[in-house]
Design a protein around this ligand. Structure first.
Ligand SMILES: [Zn+2]
Length: 205
């Protein structure tokens, strides 16, 4: 009888979830798989040999990636980061200024809704204002990883406009704007530039 020996890698799934597949361009289901080489007899694994390492496979287009791909944010996470960052920053600005001001609150709600959180209301501002400083910093860190330099300037200008909705920036509002700029990874010169432009625009209105 002829014995058919062979050598083949067999995979098993270690975990699964959602990741962003850059090949087929979207948030997709993935399988994280670990492989092991086997000696086969009649195509059946008989003797286990070495492990071959793990990979991540897109279940839609079947592309395989190194496991580092799982550390990248999904599109859904990116979409959530912007309103979350804006909420945290707007609440910090309101706390620094006059948080009873209807004009400032309206400006904050409009900015947050404009960033994609359509259901956001005035009542949510108070809940966001109770966030610990650590939560604000981590939300800003998340958004900073994803925004381009231009988008960071836009983000900061949105926050500065909230501070100026009820009059010129106070010292504590200015300090909050500088802190937010720092958490976004902007230089002080960039931050001053954004604040100056916003103040100039407000004077012209
Ligand atoms: Zn894919």
């Amino acid at each position: 009888m002829l014995l058919i020996w062979g050598l083949r890698v067999f995979y098993h799934t270690v975990s699964q979830g959602t990741f962003h597949c850059r090949t087929c361009g979207g948030d997709r289901h993935y399988r994280r798989r670990a492989g092991r080489r086997f000696v086969t007899l009649f195509f059946i694994p008989i003797i286990p040999l070495n492990k071959t390492g793990e990979h991540v496979q897109c279940m839609t287009c079947k592309t395989r990636y190194v496991t580092d791909v799982l550390s990248l944010p999904t599109a859904a996470q990116m979409q959530a980061a912007l309103p979350a960052g804006l909420r945290a920053a707007a609440a910090a600005m309101l706390q620094a200024g006059n948080r009873g001001s209807a004009a400032a609150r309206q400006q904050a709600v409009a900015a947050i809704q404009g960033a994609g959180a359509q259901g956001y209301t005035d009542a949510d501002l108070d809940a966001d204002g109770a966030q610990p400083a650590e939560a604000v910093r981590s939300a800003l860190g998340e958004v900073a990883r994803q925004l381009t330099p231009d988008a960071k300037e836009w983000f900061l200008a949105e926050i500065v406009r909230i501070g100026m909705a009820d009059g010129p920036l106070t010292d504590s509002e200015r300090r909050v704007a500088e802190m937010i700029a720092m958490d976004l990874g902007m230089t002080q010169a960039q931050a001053v530039g954004v604040v100056t432009m916003a103040e100039r625009a407000a004077r012209q209105n």
